[in-house]
Every structure is written in structure tokens, then in C-alpha cells.
Design a protein around this ligand. Structure first.
Ligand code: FMN
Length: 407
């Protein structure tokens, strides 16, 4: 979403991971970006320019002196065209050249002319990466304002483990998204602290069983991601740990409602916005069994477990509210707006986001959502069905009363 219509220059240099640039270009195009590619001569030993030309739908620049356009010098035109540049994979060689201002072929020459944000993704043999010269060059480039994505540790093409692998492409795209947001989104939540809760809590029955619900954490994650795009410092208190964290986002992994409550309370006094997107279990076991509960001998025998109500976290936050803006979610299967209004009034919260979780294609676990926002002043905003990340953006726009992102 952040990359929609962004002009991205992809510079591919001659490492073994050059073949992965195909997937990078594909994913950027899929994200709505306009992509142009430059390749070094060495990169074209690993992968053909034709592949990247087809995937990017643009001519690939490979030679500084193949000047066919009398109006423009191609490397300057390319550099000026870009909103963002990514060098992936970035060889030890290009890193060395860039940190020393060398411009002796198309990639290094263009990179010196680039004035927009630039992300470097080094990928090489682990000894090449650890070499003091490479480390010195990277340090200098960081100081010069380049963004760096550290390589992963894992099995290298050389046949042994080490640090030097190109990170998975989704991670490169996510890094580009957060760089784009930082530069192109207004930083409306700069210096603001935001708590976002996500996922269904798990209330233990015994060491191997629990009571939970279908909440996937996707809506909460989308809210947290947009908050981080707007410059907030985000505490993401979640029961799910598979979401990639953005630069200014901390994952606080919890399991039960009580753990979630403790983590929120520790941060609440210093927080500006609390987005309670987690589906907190209303009940927990009165007594959690220490060992796995054994099956009874007789079939159809009745088993009675005592449940106790969990604390109403949102209502407690409402009672202790000072500067905080409180946003709750009301997931209902019937009488949606009526229940949401009741929740809004009884809990002293600022906004309630009501969603109907009885429909299969929206709400819990699905990619899309459709919600109605209600606030304590009686404002009601119906939003149409859309992807959760787009919805999160709209919701923040409404809460902040600012059309933050102009499409
Ligand atoms: C099979 C093979 C794999 C290579 N893999 C890498 C690599 O992953 N990273 C790297 O920095 N250099 C790697 N190199 C060395 C670069 O290709 C070499 O330093 C070249 O000069 C880089 O040119 P460029 O930076 O202009 O693309 C590899 C070389 C060969 C022959």
C-alpha cells in the first residue's frame, strides 16, 4: 500500500543471490510500484537482463555508454526518476565502491547520482562480510544516510553456515515499506506512544489445552503497522508472534488475558493511544490443572469445569483514563451497533470499532474486514469492505481526523 505508484530503482549486483532479484521485482510490481532495474556486468553473469526487463516491464540499464536518448543522460535520468532505490543483492565490491565515491560502471555511477532514500542489502560469503574493510565500508555508508538490511545467518552457497544470506524478499519489501512511510507519510504520531493488542488470548485448562477464539491478530497487526508508519513508538502486545516487526515496533508476546492486562498496565501511564484489537477471553478456568487432565473411563460422562470472569481490561483503562485515546473493537454476531453503543457508553472509551464476525469473508481470521466506527460524541462512520491494512489506514485517518495519505 505504501509502495503504490512509488518509483523504485532496483540495482542488482553480481552475487549468487542475484537470481532472487527476480522475486523482489515481482513483489514490488505486485505491491503497485513502478520498477526500473540496473544491473552490473557481473550480475548479468548470474541472471539475464531480459528476465528483469520482462518482470519490471522496463528496459534494464546495463551499460553507462549505451546512450540512445539525445535528451537525457541515462544514469542521471534514472537517478532523478527514483523515489526509492534498493541495491539487492549488494556485493562487497559495490559497497566498497559506494563508500569511497567510485563511479566506474552503470550501477556505481547511478548510485552516486541518487538523491532519494537508498536501501542496501549486502549478501556475500560470511568471511567477505566480516572482513574489516566490508564492515568499515558499511559503517561509513550508514553514517552517510544509507539504510542497511543486515544479511541473514544460514546455509550459504559455499556449503556451510554463516552470516551473509540475502534476507527473504518479503523482509526486503517490508523494509522498503517502512522507509517509504518514513519519507512519504506525514509523521502524525511522531513522539507518540501507542499500545496495540492483537490475537485471541489463551486461557489454560491444563498444560496442553486452552480456551481461545478464532482471532488471528491480523487487524491488530494492521493497526500497529500503520501506527509505526506514522512515526509512533508501538508496543504490540500480542498472542501471535509470526508478524514481522517494523523498526519502531516492539513485540510483547502474551498468552492469557491476565498477562495482557499486566503488560498494558505497565505502559498505560505513558501511552497516548491504546488500540484494543485483541479478542480477550471473557472467562478463564477457576483452577488450572497442573497436569494433563485424564479421560474418564465412561463414555458420555459429564465433566464440570468452573470458569471465572476475566477482568474487563478496556473498562478499567476507561476508568483510569487521562491523556489516552482509547479505541476498542466490538466483535459481535448479532445486534452489532446496539452492543457497540452500549460498550462505548459503559466503558468510557473514545472510539469503538464494530465488526460483524458472523460473516465468513470478514472479521476473524479473514484478509478483509468491514467495520462501523462510533465515537462518544455520537459520530458514526460506516466503512466498506476492504483489506485489513487499508482499513487500518482509514481508521487511523478517522481517529486522527486527518486525511493522512493522499492516494
Ligand atoms: C560464483 C560466484 C559467486 C559470487 N557471489 C558473490 C556474492 O554473493 N557476494 C559478493 O559480494 N560477491 C560475489 N562474487 C564476487 C563478485 O561477483 C565480484 O566481486 C564482482 O566483481 C562483483 O561485481 P559487481 O559488484 O560490479 O556486481 C561471486 C563471484 C562468483 C564467481
Amino acid at each position: 500500500m505504501v509502495l503504490l505508484r512509488k518509483k523504485i530503482g532496483v540495482v542488482v549486483t553480481g552475487g549468487i543471490a542475484a537470481y532472487k532479484a527476480t522475486e523482489l521485482v515481482r513483489q514490488l510490481v505486485k505491491a503497485g510500484a513502478i520498477v526500473r532495474v540496473i544491473m552490473t556486468k557481473s550480475a548479468s553473469e548470474f541472471i539475464t537482463p531480459l528476465t528483469l526487463q520482462v518482470l519490471s516491464r522496463h528496459e534494464v540499464l546495463i551499460d553507462t555508454f549505451s546512450e540512445n536518448d539525445t535528451e537525457h543522460v541515462q544514469h542521471i535520468e534514472f537517478a532523478d526518476w527514483c523515489d526509492l532505490v534498493v541495491v539487492a543483492p549488494a556485493t562487497a565490491n559495490i559497497i566498497g565502491k559506494l563508500s569511497n565515491g567510485i563511479a566506474d560502471e552503470i550501477a556505481s555511477t547511478t548510485l552516486l547520482a541518487v538523491a532519494c532514500p537508498c536501501l542496501l542489502c549486502p549478501a556475500m560469503n560470511t568471511n567477505m562480510y566480516q572482513h574489516p574493510a566490508t564492515q568499515r565500508n558499511l559503517k561509513r555508508l550508514k553514517k552517510d544516510g544509507y539504510y542497511l538490511l543486515e544479511p541473514d545467518t544460514g546455509f550459504l552457497a559455499e556449503g556451510y553456515e554463516g552470516k551473509g544470506r540475502l534476507p527473504v524478499i518479503t523482509q526486503i519489501v517490508e523494509k522498503l515499506e517502512s522507509i517509504a512511510a518514513k519519507h512519504f507519510y506525514p509523521q502524525l504520531l511522531e513522539n507518540k506512544k501507542v499500545i496495540v493488542t492483537a490475537g485471541g488470548t489463551r486461557e489454560r485448562i491444563d498444560p496442553v489445552r486452552y480456551i481461545s477464539n478464532d482471532s488471528s491478530g491480523k487487524m491488530g497487526y494492521a493497526m500497529a503497522k500503520i501506527a509505526s508508519f506514522l512515526g509512533a513508538e508501538v508496543s504490540f502486545i500480542s498472542t501471535k508472534d509470526h508478524f514481522p516487526m517494523m523498526d519502531n515496533m516492539d513485540l510483547i508476546l502474551v498468552e492469557s488475558a491476565l498477562q495482557m492486562q499486566k503488560e498494558i498496565n505497565e505502559r498505560y501511564a505513558q501511552t497516548d493511544y491504546v488500540i484494543m484489537a485483541a479478542a480477550v477471553s471473557d472467562f478463564r478456568m477457576m483452577d488450572q490443572a497442573e497436569h494433563k487432565i485424564k479421560k474418564k473411563d465412561q463414555e458420555n460422562e459429564k465433566i464440570l469445569w468452573e470458569l471465572i470472569e476475566n477482568p474487563d481490561i478496556l473498562a478499567e483503562l476507561g476508568q483510569n483514563k487521562k491523556q489516552q485515546v482509547l479505541v476498542g473493537f466490538a466483535a459481535e454476531t448479532q445486534n452489532l451497533i446496539e452492543y457497540a453503543q452500549r460498550k462505548l457508553k459503559s466503558k468510557r472509551i473514545d472510539w469503538i470499532i464494530a465488526n460483524d464476525v458472523s460473516q465468513k469473508d470478514i472479521g476473524f481470521n479473514s484478509k478483509n474486514n468491514q467495520v462501523t466506527l462510533l465515537n462518544e460524541k455520537g459520530q458514526v462512520v460506516n466503512l466498506p469492505k476492504m483489506e485489513k491494512i487499508d482499513l487500518a489506514r482509514k481508521v487511523w485517518e478517522i481517529i486522527l481526523n486527518d486525511p493522512i495519505i493522499k492516494d
